[in-house]
Write a protein that binds this ligand. Structure first.
Ligand code: NAP
Length: 289
């Protein structure tokens, strides 16, 4: 009898995760099918409870459920609970355990594809949603010198800063945390001394209302920084296109997507993920999108 792993989100029809996850499962000839489980907001509880059926092994969770899924699970791993978001569910002994592999995927891509070591570096984070939370905690754990957070909804940025500071109170981490209003996003002073800019907003994402737009203007982009856009479709995003013109180094969201998927695959299957096969399949599928 085949077993299943699902992708829970809304919408999920544009996701490329089913393609590269299936390629990895097929590489090991596992009788497991990775499916997109499009879930309307009122259906989340039912979809998660279906995971308890014997044929289901686990799931990925994507926008907009990474935070709201937490109370539906039996246990939450320490990293996911610090971040406050789950993107991977694993069924173990009939219990549903939540993990967050976005933080790992973000750092892995930053180091391996961006050639960037975050320790002692100054970073600007655009956004304060689930992805920004994972990115900010990851950079703080890797001892970034400072994080400046800008978000359209100021309260959300302040809530993220509060969580980061309260985590610092119980650890030896000393990253300086600053919140600025979104109105300063195109002021050059915002990026003074900045080594890394990470776009964690949906601005520029294909099929979104902000398709074709960049959160930063050409004049504001610091030419000496690495500009990392978590969005993987289109390639390059409008922000990365401008960053290239500004002379900055750039990194797109595809490697992070694959590396977070690699960590999820290893949690579900306890096998080493075939990273090259997954990356190749992701690139191939994206070209057709
Ligand atoms: P989310 O929780 O819905 O957060 C969306 C963020 O975008 C919020 O900060 C929101 O600000 C901001 N935003 C949306 N429209 C805006 C606008 N018109 N002007 C200014 N800010 C705007 O989503 P998420 O899960 O954090 O994902 C964010 C992005 O990261 C998405 O594009 C997603 O595809 C990408 N992502 C990529 C990976 C990867 O592996 N490459 C992983 C995770 C996420 P408000 O708080 O004011 O609404």
């Amino acid at each position: 009898m085949p077993r299943y792993i699902g992708l829970i989100g809304y919408p999920v029809k544009y996701s490329i995760s089913p393609f590269f996850q299936q390629a990895a499962l097929d590489y090991y000839e596992l009788d497991i099918c990775y499916q997109a489980w499009e879930t309307l907001p009122g259906e989340l509880e039912e979809t998660v409870s279906r995971l308890r059926h014997p044929q289901n092994l686990g799931a990925n969770v994507t926008v907009p459920y990474k935070e709201s899924v937490l109370p539906l699970l039996d246990e939450i791993d320490e990293v996911a609970s610090l971040i406050g978001a789950v993107n991977t569910i694993v069924k173990r002994d009939d219990r549903l355990a939540g993990f967050n592999t976005d933080a790992h995927g973000f750092i892995q891509a930053l180091r391996e594809q961006g050639n960037f070591e975050p320790e002692s570096k100054e970073a600007v984070i655009l956004g304060a949603g689930g992805a920004a939370r994972a990115v900010s905690f990851a950079l703080m754990q890797k001892k970034a010198a400072s994080l400046t957070i800008l978000n359209r909804t100021l309260e959300r940025a302040e809530a993220l800063a509060d969580s980061l500071r309260s985590c610092q109170a119980s650890t030896r981490l000393e990253t300086k945390i600053v919140v600025l209003p979104w109105s300063t996003v195109n002021m050059p002073g915002t990026f003074e001394h900045c080594h890394l800019v990470v776009n964690c907003t949906t601005i520029g994402m294909k099929h979104s209302p902000e398709e074709g737009k960049s959160p930063l203007s050409l004049e504001t982009i610091p030419s000496t920084a690495l500009v990392y856009d978590l969005i993987y479709n289109p390639w390059p995003t409008p922000l990365l296109h401008l960053a290239q013109r500004a002379g900055a180094n750039i990194l797109g969201g595809l490697p992070m997507l694959v590396y977070q998927g690699v960590a999820s695959f290893e949690l579900w299957t306890q096998r080493k993920a075939p990273v090259d096969i997954m990356l190749k399949k992701a690139e191939e599928v994206l070209e057709r999108c």
